[in-house]
Write a protein that binds this ligand. Sequence first.
Ligand code: MD6
Ligand code: FE
Length: 204
Amino acid sequence: MTATPERGFGWYPGRFDPAAQSRLLADLKTLLAAAPLYRPTMPVSGKPFSVTMSNAGPLGWVSDRRGYRYQAQHPRTGLPWPPIPDALLALWEALSGYPAPPEACLINRYDAGARLGLHCDSDEAARDAPVLSVSLGDTAVFRLGGPSRKDPTRSIRLNSGDVLRLGGASRQAYHGIDRVLGGSSRLLPGGGRINLTLRRVTLP
Ligand code: MD6
Ligand code: FE
């Protein structure tokens, strides 16, 4: 036995039902009023991301010319990130199999044409904790590969309310968003997609 199954890869279609999605969206609206979405830039090149971002929790993931890192303050407002909504803390309790709470909830917003290149989440010291994600709004074409960029990949359609866990071996797997299917959900006014990723950053 090498992996604990409940901490490995998991895909939970419709884990949040439509009512729970609406409640979570209401929480996000309040949260984003305090910590507005902003457009980060790539390290070195300074190229803007096609997604806009914000965070909740004691730490937030940020990217700028100086690199990728976690920090306690919103880079535009200078204020601490708002707390992680209770529904997401409960999700982590239920599905992470990890003995300590998440410290960061990265909020990615995809408007028309936005995508996310193939990457590995590797800026966390707690690489033994899974990363959990919640999808809201339009369906995304998620690409999942292996630990090497050249490994074969498969494609997963993430619908509104779906939860994904990258844990165990899949924690080191390359993944990204190829595209978002416009008009596939009516949850977000004006369309688009929001993805929330819950991470443990520091070793408990
Ligand atoms: C997204 N998700 O769904 C991007 N990372 O928009 C991720 O990059 C991700 O869904 C780690 C674990 C789960 C994820
Ligand atoms: Fe990721």
